[in-house]
Design a protein around this ligand. Sequence first.
Ligand SMILES: NC(=O)c1ccc[n+]([C@@H]2O[C@H](COP(=O)([O-])OP(=O)(O)OC[C@H]3O[C@@H](n4cnc5c(N)ncnc54)[C@H](O)[C@@H]3O)[C@@H](O)[C@H]2O)c1
Length: 330
Amino acid sequence: MKKVAVIGFGFMGMTHTLNILKNPDLQLVAIVDKNPELIEKNLFNPGGNFSTGEIDPEILKNISRYSDFDECLRQEEIDAVHICVHTELHYEMAKKALLNDKHVFLEKPFTLDIKEAEELIELAKMKSRILMIAHVVRFMPPYQKLKKWIDTKEFGELKFLSMSRISGVPGWGEWKEQQSKGTSGGALFDLIIHDIDFVNYVLGVPSEIKSSYLPGLLSKNDYVSAMWSYSGSNVHVKIEGGNTFHSTFPFQAGYMVQFENASVLYTTLNGNEIRIGDDTSISEIPAGDAGEGYYNEISYFAQCILTNTQPAECLPESSLESIKLCYNHL
Ligand SMILES: NC(=O)c1ccc[n+]([C@@H]2O[C@H](COP(=O)([O-])OP(=O)(O)OC[C@H]3O[C@@H](n4cnc5c(N)ncnc54)[C@H](O)[C@@H]3O)[C@@H](O)[C@H]2O)c1
């Protein structure tokens, strides 16, 4: 078993905690939050734009709590940290963890500064630690199915892929402060990056991106509509997303795909099924639970640190490429 700590106990910190507690290879030994007295209160008001399950408050009573990451590093013998603070602290926290010889599972986006991300990749190599960025969509069953169909050509060649992710402006946790500070990178780097990263993972870096964007409360790029194309291929990809809607607007994400022999539709608004049709008939197959992606990515990270194996399904170099691709939309 590997001993881990969660840094930042907001929406994502709670999601990681819940899934670490379910994992037989990981032992949660500490939670760090600058407001540890709010941990119980946060449990009953987790925020977020979807629910990933509830944590039993009794279980948390046996977990050490710290308001300061340095103090946690001094007191606890931990193998790895799950860094779930806001993006502006990703570099500082991840660097501290690596310098203290901890493996790092870092929430997306990696960092907004390319040089900082490159430095963290080098530091992880120097320290022989695993550094993985939590690109959860790569681990979500409905998206894993899509990758498989593209890779195996089960429905023929891919012709057109449309990815979307729409949300209200985040109104929980520290997000209200982020709105005034503008340090999240806006919906492009925070929300739409999920689809940018997934398409990069499955199809690679496009040769051309045509993009339009609109401002919102977090940045000048809180709504993005983009077309990607690949030289030497007829595949076109549309990526659309944003969080310019009011906070209570229902979260929705999904994909529409035109393969040579079938068209496929998945939307979280009807998240139990994926519809697959041709010109004569349409059928439904179970989508699998997208929320399981959080358990799957943490299990994968756990296997990587147990076996000291690089996270081939989500290398930090690939996560850095996704940051660079975000910038290419501006
Ligand atoms: N993978 C996903 O689906 C997903 C979803 C939402 C957010 N995120 C990412 O997760 C990160 C956090 O977002 P969130 O929605 O959980 O935010 P949040 O505001 O709900 O939580 C942030 C937490 O960090 C704590 N914190 C702040 N400074 C700290 C410090 N110096 N030391 C310790 N704790 C500190 C805060 O008290 C708060 O509890 C962001 O980078 C965001 O992009 C990922």
